[in-house]
Design a protein around this ligand. Structure first.
Ligand SMILES: [Cu+2]
Length: 314
């Protein structure tokens, strides 16, 4: 028995060594050539729910009372049902309420800070840091659009108090060049000359609004999005904004279902962020859905079921 176990252990060890060599070889191959073989299947990902990371707990302490703030956000521009000529939309926000020192601003040293999440239609959000200047949405396609905004923390967790969310609908006449390719996610306008004043803004790929009703239950997908590197890749937070609906664990009747890749569906029954650990390298899909008391998806202009692709680079 003892000998068997020993044999098993050493053969497992050998298998592990072989796997490491195989993946090294595969990496070298893809690095030096463009051959797209899938020699080594990625290891099976097993995600587990973990507590709020200690580094965020520490950050919260260092922030004083900011996380007890109850910010109220208002979209000043574009006005509700505004009609805008051209492809550029200037976003102006008003932030009030009991802020307890909360103010969006990017620290130039760390590149981090409080910011507002800005969502055009149902695209991934963009971060808006400096509220003293308008935020430009560039290359917005002609047609009807929605904008959703909510204040967020440096680690992208949203404020969830009443008034910390607003949505407006507006229409763009003329609009951006729909044939223009999607630009980089860095927020830089590559094409414009350096004479352009430094102003926060972002080119948007073409999209139009869903047939969405702000008075009906609405799940707004926020995180995760984009690329997660090194220590930021474990754990990864899921966070969303919920309006017009209360989850079962908060005394309501709704549930949020999340599906990562092709894993079995899981549920969120309290409106708060969750952290998942155990992500493997590569691309993953994350899907969030709002379900009613009969576990049926609640439709609202297509916004209540949203999938995003994220990339994990450990
Ligand atoms: Cu953010």
């Amino acid at each position: 028995m003892g000998r068997h176990r020993k044999l098993l252990t050493s053969s497992l060890g050998l298998a592990a060594v072989a796997l490491v060599f195989a993946s090294c070889a595969a990496n070298q191959e893809t690095a030096s050539t463009t051959v797209t073989t899938t020699a080594t299947p990625p290891p099976k990902q097993l995600l587990t729910l973990v507590a709020r990371p200690q580094k965020i707990v520490d950050l919260m302490k260092a922030r004083g009372e900011q996380d007890q703030a109850t910010p109220t956000i208002k979209i000043v521009s574009p006005a509700k049902d505004a009609v805008i000529n051209g492809s550029k939309v200037e976003l102006k926000l008003d932030l009030s309420g009991d802020l307890k020192g909360y103010m969006p601003h990017k620290d130039p040293a760390t590149g981090k800070g409080n910011h507002v999440h800005v969502i055009l239609d149902n695209q991934p959000y963009e971060a808006y840091y400096e509220m003293g200047q308008p935020f430009e949405l560039r290359n917005v396609a002609a047609g009807k659009h929605t904008l959703r905004v909510f204040p967020s923390r440096p680690w992208h967790e949203s404020y969830k108090n009443d008034g910390a969310f607003q949505m407006v609908t507006f229409t763009v006449k003329g609009g951006g060049d729909a044939s223009k390719p999607t630009t980089t996610s860095s927020g830089q306008t590559v094409a414009s000359p350096s004479a352009t004043p430094a102003r926060e803004g972002k080119d948007f790929p073409p999209s139009t609004a869903g047939d969405v009703d702000a008075t009906k239950p609405l799940l707004t997908y926020s995180r995760p999005k984009g690329e997660y590197k090194a220590e930021d890749a474990d754990p990864i937070m899921i966070d969303f904004w919920l309006s017009g609906a209360k989850l079962q664990g908060d005394g309501g009747e709704y549930r949020v279902r999340y599906i990562v890749d092709d894993d079995e569906p899981k549920f969120i029954d309290k409106w708060e962020p969750i952290w998942l650990s155990g992500w493997t390298n590569g691309k993953h899909s994350v899907r969030l859905e709002l379900l009613d008391k009969d576990s049926k998806p609640v439709d609202n202009g297509g916004y209540n079921t949203t999938s995003r692709e994220i990339t994990v680079v450990k």
